[in-house]
Write a new protein. Structure first.
Length: 346
């Protein structure tokens, strides 16, 4: 079988990234409000990572779905990235993922069936690592490959973590480096060597399981995972939800090696630029901060880390636990009283 570059199979203009936050917001405003349900603990209101529906006093289900076009060329790696990314939303809510459904779109008459088998095998292996049971799925014959999963988990209603409960004085911890969107865009353009491809793939296929388990005993008030809307996009959602301000220390944010240099050369996904346009009125940047660095903080990430808002007294100890797990975690900022709903980059 001839080698197929999966990233070359998307249609012109199709990046596989999320619909931009501004466009999505406009669409949602056109829809009628959903009827109230007292069992729905987390719904659309806070732009959270998953929905949470209470079943009993001690049990709620957590539901999420995510899929996209290939961002790496190796089919097995693509399956692993997609599964890691989809499962992450459950971890971000403080939940335990249990089951998953595959979502497949594939040009079955144009590409070798072994490619799809490798994608599914990659996802299956990552599900096993997470302790998640595959219960089925759905597939369609499509002009371009797309893959993802719908994932269901459980959580005690008292332990739900949302992106909207950060408290003044909390420290902000990020558990993975940013720059993934820039690196995968460079991959599509043939600008990365094998070591760089392996590096970014490793970041995207690292489950947030160990991060979620590490934060369980600590005073964590809010959590989200950093994905398509970028670090500042998800940070502004956290600020708005908490009716507080966030301060981000740019020099403390972990960044993938080489991503800043690539961004300076104009290697930027369209999603990152859209993210910047969406958040720039909600973010104050230093006057001397170059536009490239502002874009980098808005980079559209796939399968990023958790952004954790934790009590100041627990921050150092949680960071130690995260690093003991092998994660590239760092304290990148704090929650402040001033500037409600606003993020200040310093």
């Amino acid at each position: 079988m001839d080698t197929v570059k999966l990233t070359s199979l998307t249609t012109k203009g199709g990046c596989g990234c999320k619909i931009g936050p501004s466009d999505l917001s406009e669409v949602m405003k056109m829809l009628p409000p959903q009827p109230k349900n007292p069992n729905l603990l987390v719904g659309l209101e806070t732009s959270d990572d998953s929905g949470v529906y209470q079943l009993t006093e001690d049990l709620a289900i957590v539901q999420t779905v995510d899929f996209f076009t290939p961002i790496v060329d190796d089919p097995y790696d693509f399956g692993q990235v997609a599964a890691t990314n989809a499962i992450s939303d459950i971890y971000a809510m403080g939940g335990k993922p249990l089951t998953a459904l595959n979502i497949v779109a594939f040009p079955i008459s144009k590409l070798d069936k072994s490619i799809l088998a490798d994608i599914l095998r990659g996802a299956s292996d990552k599900l096993k690592e997470a302790g998640v049971t595959l219960v089925g799925g759905h597939s369609i014959d499509d002009a371009e490959p797309k893959f993802g999963l719908a994932v269901t988990g459980v959580v005690n209603p008292k332990n739900v973590k949302t992106n909207a409960a950060a408290q003044s004085g909390d420290k902000l911890i990020l558990t993975k480096p940013i720059g993934v969107g820039i690196m995968t865009t460079a991959l599509k353009r043939g600008l990365l060597d094998e070591s760089q491809i392996a590096r970014v793939t490793k970041v995207m296929t690292t489950l947030n399981k160990s991060a979620a388990e590490a934060m369980e005993p600590f005073d964590v008030h809010a959590c989200t995972d950093v994905t398509g809307f970028g670090l500042l996009g998800h940070a502004t959602e956290m600020a708005v939800g908490a009716n507080a301000g966030l301060r981000i220390y740019r020099d403390q944010v972990p960044v993938l090696e080489g991503s800043r240099e690539l961004a300076d050369q104009g290697v930027l996904p369209g999603g990152s630029k859209n993210n910047y346009l969406h958040v720039r009125d909600m973010v104050t940047f230093p006057e001397d901060m170059e536009l490239t660095d502002q874009y980098l903080l808005c980079d559209a990430v796939t399968s990023g880390g958790l952004l954790i808002s934790v009590g100041e007294g627990d921050a150092k100890h949680l960071l130690e636990k995260l690093k003991e797990s092998g994660l590239e975690a760092a304290i990148i900022g704090e929650v402040i009283i001033n500037g409600k709903g606003h993020v200040f980059v310093e």
